[in-house]
Design a protein around this ligand. Structure first.
Ligand code: BGC
Length: 535
């Protein structure tokens, strides 16, 4: 293992201040020309990530999978899907990343397996009441002849959360019908995942991103969900509403049950048995900052994605509230906060902020404000290029939610990365091999090659911002003061660093100080949609 020389110091808790770059494996870099990104493709681009200035990469699932939900439907947790390479390619990736002082976080999907997993195939072949079925959530139906689902829960991807099998039983799937939920009350399930953790730790990974970490356990009665008028029967995830910001709590018997925390206590011990430098970050769409903080108590996971930051609307008030609430929520448990603006499940943030020039200006400004905050920032591939959400033609859409509901889905934030060249695939793969989602013509001007070394480009902005974070934000310690009383401006002070984000519509006089980073050029005034750091 490399001798990491990171700014965090001897406690080995490198993640507490890290910038983590999310790699969506099928859309990052294609080494073999099949139009789909793969592990050797990632390895070949690691120097790019090091030069960008991130500390770690999180790679979305690359395990054996029929790809019904692009890898979040795992058929074998300890092997690599041939689409993405081999176990040897995974070893090479991890080794090369460590040589470059980059940590590697892999995705763990414990709420459900693929219906192609040996366990589920055995469950289908076995009789109701068998030990094979007891690893999943099989139940009798309701109604006089059992022909109705056992309860009213809906899948996050739309439609009922239950599917009936030929012998009349139903199984639960909070996502697609090809993603049956495991029964975590069955001890075999916990044992299996402990083995999976150990397998990847032995391979040298530095951490895990825990998919649907607030899932796993369901309220034991499997009672109906109480649904507000006009509300959905199930929520808590993709396209989630803003309950984390608004605090209108919903009845969620399928999410965030107290028993789930026992799982993370067990995993904490597993990670610690390998070393203090191994971590896990929860993807937990919980309803409040406090419930998020429960996942990062000292004997549980290390971090949780702070989706409140991503869900905040473009206003100084919203951002201020999220910063204050987040810091207050994690302080009592001693965890480091996290910040995230984009990932593979949500509309890219320049588009969320209105798109076009203004959307990009706001995206850069929100990013710079985020990078000033204590804790970790999670970046999503392509945001450093200013990519927007793409309107993917229906014939190329692959998101299971599109097939289940006819809603547009998440493909638009998953379009393969443009690396260079004048025409598609813009260096994504060798030669003319076209990627699995066609890239729009605008990608030509947004490629890494088109932006590298170009003053004012979004790529150069990210590089400068990450360097400024190391030089001017991290040395200031973790104390932050969030100022109030400036309606359109988020102003925070971290030690001697003063950060201003103008969410209003008028120029503001720039206070005295040396500009050490800015999301757009500033002179005497701070224009709207701009963030500046004053040293
Ligand atoms: C992942 C999604 C996935 C879902 C089901 C989410 O947390 O981020 O991409 O569809 O879990 O595994």
């Amino acid at each position: 293992m490399a001798d990491f020389n990171d700014p965090i110091g001897a406690d080995a808790a490198w993640w507490r201040n890290a910038v983590v770059y999310q790699v969506y494996v099928r859309s990052f870099a294609d080494s073999d020309g099949d139009g789909i990104g793969d592990l050797p493709g990632i390895t070949s681009r690691l120097p790019y990530l090091r030069d960008l200035g991130v500390d770690a990469l999180w790679i979305t699932p690359f395990y054996t999978s029929p790809q019904r939900d692009h890898g979040y439907d795992v058929a074998d947790y300890t092997d690599v899907d041939p689409l993405f390479g081999t176990l040897k390619d995974a070893d090479t990736l991890i080794e090369t990343a460590h040589e470059l002082d980059l940590r590697v976080i892999v995705d763990l999907v414990p709420n459900h397996t693929s219906d192609d997993h040996e366990w589920f195939k055995a469950a289908l072949a076995a009789a109701p009441g068998s030990p094979e079925r007891a690893r999943y959530m099989f139940r009798e139906g309701s109604g006089p002849d059992g022909s109705l689902p056992p309860n009213n829960w809906e899948s996050v991807f739309g439609g009922p959360a239950w599917t009936r099998v030929p012998d009349g039983q139903w199984y639960l799937h909070l996502f697609d019908s090809t993603q049956p939920d495991l029964d975590w009350r069955n001890p075999e399930v916990g044992d299996m995942f402990e083995d999976v953790l150990r397998f990847w730790l032995d391979k040298g990974v530095d951490g895990f991103r825990v998919d649907v970490a607030h899932g796993l356990y369901k309220e034991e009665s499997l009672r109906d969900q109480v649904v507000a008028e006009g509300g959905r029967a199930s929520s808590g995830q993709v396209n989630s509403d803003s309950s984390m910001v608004s605090r209108e709590l919903k009845d969620e018997p399928m999410w965030d049950q107290p028993e789930v925390h026992d799982v993370y206590r067990r995993w904490n011990a597993v990670l610690d048995s390998v070393g203090p430098d191994r971590m896990a970050v929860a993807e937990a769409w919980t309803q409040t900052p406090e419930s998020m903080a429960a996942f990062v108590r000292p004997d549980e996971l290390d971090q949780a994605f702070n989706f409140a930051w991503l869900l905040a609307d473009w206003s100084a008030d919203s951002f201020r509230k999220v910063v204050v609430d987040t810091l207050a929520a994690v302080a009592p448990v001693g965890a480091s906060p996290t910040w995230v603006l984009s990932n593979h499940d949500v509309v890219r943030h320049p588009t969320r902020y209105g798109g076009g020039e203004q959307g990009l200006a706001r995206a850069r400004a929100a990013t710079l404000a985020m990078l000033a905050l204590p804790g970790s920032s999670y970046l999503y591939q392509g945001e450093e290029l200013g990519l927007e959400q793409v309107d993917v033609h229906p014939e190329h859409r692959e998101d299971p939610s599109w097939f289940r509901t006819g809603e547009v889905g998440r493909d638009g934030c998953r379009v393969p990365i443009p690396w260079g060249g004048d025409s598609a695939p813009y260096g994504f793969g060798p030669g003319d091999a076209q990627p699995w989602i066609p890239q729009p013509d605008e990608f030509k001007g947004l490629s890494v090659e088109a932006q590298a070394g170009v003053e004012g480009s979004t790529l150069e902005f990210y590089r400068a911002a990450l360097a400024a974070r190391r030089a001017h934000a991290l040395p200031q310690g973790d104390e932050v003061t969030v100022l109030t009383g400036t309606d359109d401006v988020l102003e925070l002070h971290r030690g001697g660093l003063r950060v201003l984000l103008n969410c209003g519509t008028t120029d503001l006089p720039l206070p005295a100080g040396t500009v050490v980073a800015s999301s757009a050029p500033v002179a005497d005034v701070l224009p709207p949609d701009t963030c500046v750091w004053l040293g």
